[in-house]
Design a binder for this molecule. Sequence first.
Ligand SMILES: [Zn+2]
Length: 514
Amino acid sequence: MVGYKGICLMTNKFYITTAIPYVNASPHMGHALEFVQTDVIARYQKLEGRDVFVTTGTDENSLKSVQAAAKEKVPAQLFCDRNSESFKKLAKDIGLHYDAFIRSSDKDAHWKGVERLWKSCFDSGDIYKKTYKGLYCTGCEAFYKESELVNGLCPEHLTPPEVVQEENYFFRLSRYEQKLEELILTNKLKVTPETRKNEVLSYIRQGLEDFSISRPAERSKGWGIPVPNDDSQKVYVWFDALSVYLTGIGFGRDEKLFEKLWPADIHVIGKGIIRFHAIYWPAILMSAGLEVPKEVLVHGYVTSGGRKMSKSLGNVADPLKILGRYGEDGVRYYLLRKIPTFEDGDFSEEDVVTTINNELVGNIGNFVHRTLTFIYKNFGGEVRVDGALEGAETKVLMEVGTLVSEAETSLSKNRLGNGLADILAIAAAGNKYFQESKPWETVTSDRQRCERVLFTGASICRTLSVLLYPYLPVASDKLSSYLNIDIKSFDDAKPLFKGSIKTAEPQPLFQKRP
Ligand SMILES: [Zn+2]
């Protein structure tokens, strides 16, 4: 299919997913980070004119749900309903726009797709039954090899695994060893960043063993999706949860949508679940005759005082509470600016306050507010430049133009923190220009000169409103309404060198925090 510019329309879609969190515990900062990263990428792609679809959801069929529900003495379904809602609330409060939210306990939306995927792998001869004995971590819902444990403990949870012996269905992962290595080495399945790619390659090169993809129904307490044609077994939670990426776009119920959107362009995940996404998942897909995702983008953990947040250390920050205190823009800004996109980063509430006050309020908000207020008060909300700008005006707008290109490059490579640094640099350049041009000195003596300065400032505000669209949608909306612009594409971020800019009376974009 070829579009009007000769562009292949099939490539104009963009399908991105968050990982599908377990509902056995409340959302934590890592989920907040992942939701924000996913949303920035999705909104940026929209600005670049792509037809974007976002899938998220909750992973509910695990043994952990059953155990956590039992501990609270509530039925598993009720427990899942409640906790799933808190993830929906997190998505809403942090501004993650999604097109599908799939709960893996949802029979209509999800189960048929999982059954179909299972049958496809079965028909390829990759599923067989055997008795197995191994070390199992319920926290991870995964078997570990002795060599993978740290002092005999699960490397993720630092808890001792249980010895489990049972008859399960297995997936013939060993058969895909070479194909997987090739996929990842050639970037046909890109793993970002490079350090994570090397980690995956080294894992594959140690040799891949077949892995269990079912549980006895008895051990699952009857919870989960039955294995097709064998009621005594339930589908293993990872096989089930990964399928959300397919069922979110209609696999097993809306073939047209699925054909249009698969393969995923990006799966955004945390570093603890790479093995499932860069090894198990593409192997399952190849077995089922489906395309593999294009990229797995791996973020680090949000730590506190340099340590993983945990209840026992008492250093857990609840994202819903933090959002209640600092709002969508404040929390999005902090996470994108202070947590490196691909590495671990430390969270502190004190730092949230400082960052909001210094950068959002003191830099970006200050520049926009002083410029627009000045225009509204002294020029009735419209500044016009008919001829060509020159001197300091051209210089600052050229500088802004360069930063816009840099931000676009960063965003196109998903270097989200770098793009935000460019935005901050644009606001700083605007503040410096405003300070040095002193429009308050020429407002009566040289109206024309003053208007040129303010037009230049307003042009920079326009640029900011577009660049903020992926990062801080609330602020971008306000700013574009003050400037009467309708943001349609990333091209709108390019600074204007002449014309007329109308502005409304502005309110401060951000609020100073005590
Ligand atoms: Zn574990």
